[in-house]
Design a protein. Structure first.
Lengths: 222, 197
């Protein structure tokens, strides 16, 4: 379970998040809200990319930032900004080297994740030559290969076409980990266990996907 | 293209330790300036072409490595002709060609991760205050983001062309720099989130 207790984030004197307190146990959690509502900042708190100005983020008693990022993987909207190495296999090895795993363990994990998502043919490809859908899958694989307990995805399908979006979400649906998805795409969150609606740095609605999404749609009418 | 920084093969050069290749490159390049004259350029040139052959690289790879430097080499040649004579200008350009090809031989046969490991290995005796891992990562990021910066430049130029501003240097430079800085910010977050200390 991940617990946010009275979490505030302030940047340059502007409050981005205001005293958020929420406990998340569900396997699939969605986060929705308007642009600038604070949902991406909230998502970045999960693995310590963002630090609260006040309050605490605790994952099963783990509170330290370095430990949080080992337990929580993060997939960014634009995979180009997440892929660090020019060759796919090298990029997948990056996180594992940071975890100080042995060469054999690193290789085994890379092969496993490539096979699991049918990406073996991309192993020796240049990352900048991949299609958008392939890049997003490699970005996801780069996180999964580290075997995190939870995965947070910040608008992961925004740059994908319909076919790649469905393929990507099928991969997400098949994950054993707890998954948190920030998205404007309400269709993606339709079958999620729980959805949070964030506005002006606070959670204004929290519940099952159907009711929260319906409320969000109603509040968005011009 | 600069983006094709590695050619997959299983040659003795591909298998050689990166630190050996980097050290050989340093020695070769230094020798070219210490031992002046056509003979040193010829010997170095033969060694580099032998290296290309040994690595199973095609003449296309040599051409592609030299192409980005073509206009710079032409400018150097013109300036040297103006300042000295055609023979010396040819010598200077030939020396640069050998230097570029020697460097290309290393990058075409060394994966970025091996390069980074080689640099880390070279830095292992450096004092503890030297940020070895950060230096190695910075070098790998430079290589990784050359194609990305080129893509961003292409997108910005296209967008400004649509507004009739593609010849306006500032209109291209400002959005390019802003996007690169935003990208750098997110890349640093991504690296952090993948447990890099």
């Amino acid at each position: 379970m991940i617990a946010f207790t009275d979490v505030c984030v302030e940047k340059n004197g502007v409050a981005i998040l205001n005293g958020i307190t929420v406990h998340l146990r569900e396997r699939r959690v969605g986060i929705i809200g308007r642009n600038g509502s604070g949902k991406s900042t909230f998502a970045r708190l999960f693995n310590g990319i963002e630090t609260p100005t006040r309050g605490t983020v605790t994952l099963d008693a783990v509170r330290e930032r370095g430990a949080l990022r080992r337990h929580v993987g993060f997939v960014f909207q634009n995979p180009d900004n997440q892929i660090v190495y020019p060759i796919v296999s090298e990029d997948l090895a990056f996180g594992l080297k940071n975890l100080k795993l042995s060469a054999s363990e690193t290789q085994a994990r890379i092969e496993e994740v490539l096979e699991r998502f049918d990406l073996v043919h991309l192993r020796d490809r240049f990352t900048h030559r991949l299609s958008g859908g392939e890049k997003q899958m490699i970005a996801l694989a780069g996180v999964l290969v580290m075997r995190p307990q939870m995965i947070v995805l910040d608008e992961p399908t925004t740059l994908l076409d319909l076919w790649n979006k469905r393929k990507f979400m099928a991969a997400i649906d098949g994950l054993d980990q707890h998954v948190v998805v920030v998205s404007h795409d309400l269709e993606l969150l339709a079958h999620f266990d729980r959805v949070l609606h964030i506005e002006d740095g606070t959670i204004v609605a929290d519940g099952d996907a159907a009711s929260v999404v319906a409320g969000y749609v109603a509040s968005s009418r011009c | 293209m600069l983006s094709d920084l590695y050619v997959f093969a299983d040659s003795p050069l591909h298998r050689a330790r990166p630190i050996v290749k980097i050290a050989s490159l340093v020695v070769l390049c230094s020798s070219l300036f210490i031992v002046e004259g056509w003979a040193s350029v010829a010997v170095a040139g033969i060694l580099v072409f032998a290296g290309f052959a040994l690595a199973g690289l095609a003449p296309r790879h040599a051409f592609v490595s030299l192409r980005p430097a073509f206009w710079i080499l032409a400018a150097i040649f013109a300036v040297q002709v103006y300042l000295t004579d055609v023979v010396f200008a040819g010598f200077v350009v030939a020396r640069f060609v050998v230097l570029i090809l020697a460097a290309a031989l290393v990058t075409l046969t060394t994966k970025t991760s091996e390069f980074v490991d080689g640099i880390l290995s070279a830095l292992r005796f450096a004092p503890s205050w030297v940020p070895k891992a950060r230096i190695a990562l910075a070098i790998s990021l430079c290589l990784r983001f050359i194609p990305l910066v080129r893509t961003v430049l292409g997108e910005v130029r296209e967008a400004q062309r649509a507004r009739g501003l593609d010849r306006n240097f500032k209109a291209v430079l400002v959005p390019l720099v802003v996007r690169i800085l935003k990208t750098a910010d997110e890349v640093s977050q991504a690296i952090y989130s993948r447990s890099f200390d």
